[in-house]
Design a protein. Structure first.
Length: 253
């Protein structure tokens, strides 16, 4: 079974599309863990509609609405989901992103063929309405720690872990900005390899009004990871940052 971990914070505009993209998967052995992070809109109400509909069909056990506490952030929310997950596989999905119907089945087949603990896939940028804009991010076949420091192409909503090959403790996320990237680096630093399926199986929805601010935050966060989380020297941090910036620009052209 795949446990799909979805942190939710004020996502009422998008959460319905996100849940439906899991429901529409060709692979049917899944559960959804929705972890509310102190939403102040009607996200929880919308989720409740899906749970009630599932209850009428006798499928309510496939949906779990949990809480991370009082606005503790995405890392804490995902950690609640990781700890509660019942499936062998744990997949992450953000509350505004969308999976293609074949995402899980293709990634599971790839993961089984490689015998991997950690896989990720390509993805496509989408507009606010969830429609792809034909900007596809290609991913490498494999990535180790040194490579990942220079290329942050591993996107959260594409990641899947096999908990028979990697412990849940290893994939718990730290409470730092860009906690997802910090987690991938932690896993890779401990000797694992990330294997990439070069298929755009996720739609990464981007909101126009937040793009410029997100870029500025990303720059500050990645530098903080280099210096204060990975404790790289100033020279090595600058070296890795140059490659990070080049890859980031390329992904958005």
């Amino acid at each position: 079974m795949v446990s799909v971990v979805i942190p939710v914070h004020n996502a009422q505009r998008f959460i319905g599309d996100t849940i439906r993209s899991v429901m529409g998967q060709e692979y049917k052995d899944w559960e959804i863990l929705l972890i509310d992070d102190h939403s102040e809109d009607e996200s929880v109400k919308q989720i409740s509609y899906f749970i009630e509909d599932a209850r009428e069909k006798g499928e309510e056990k496939r949906y779990r609405l949990l809480s991370s506490g009082n606005g503790r952030g995405a890392a804490a929310a995902r950690n609640v989901g990781i700890k509660a997950a019942k499936g062998r596989y744990i997949a992450f999905l953000d509350a505004d992103d969308i999976w293609e119907p074949e995402k899980l089945i293709e990634q599971l087949e790839f993961q089984d063929k490689i015998g991997a603990a950690f896989t990720f896939t390509g993805y496509e940028f989408a507009d606010e309405n969830g429609f792809g804009i034909d900007k596809i991010v290609r991913v490498p076949f494999r990535m180790n720690y040194k490579q990942a420091l220079k290329n942050t192409t591993i996107f959260t909503s594409t990641v899947m872990f096999d908990t028979e090959k990697i412990s849940k403790d290893m994939i718990l996320m730290p409470d730092v900005p860009s906690e997802d990237t910090a987690t991938w680096w932690k896993v890779l630093r401990n000797g694992y390899t990330a294997w990439g399926l070069n298929r755009p199986l996720t739609l990464y929805r981007r909101s126009g009004e937040t793009l410029s601010s997100n870029k500025k935050k990303a720059v500050r966060r990645i530098w903080n990871l280099y210096r204060n989380v990975e404790h790289l020297s100033l020279i090595r941090s600058a070296w890795c940052f140059c490659f990070y910036a080049m890859h980031a620009v390329w992904r958005r052209l």
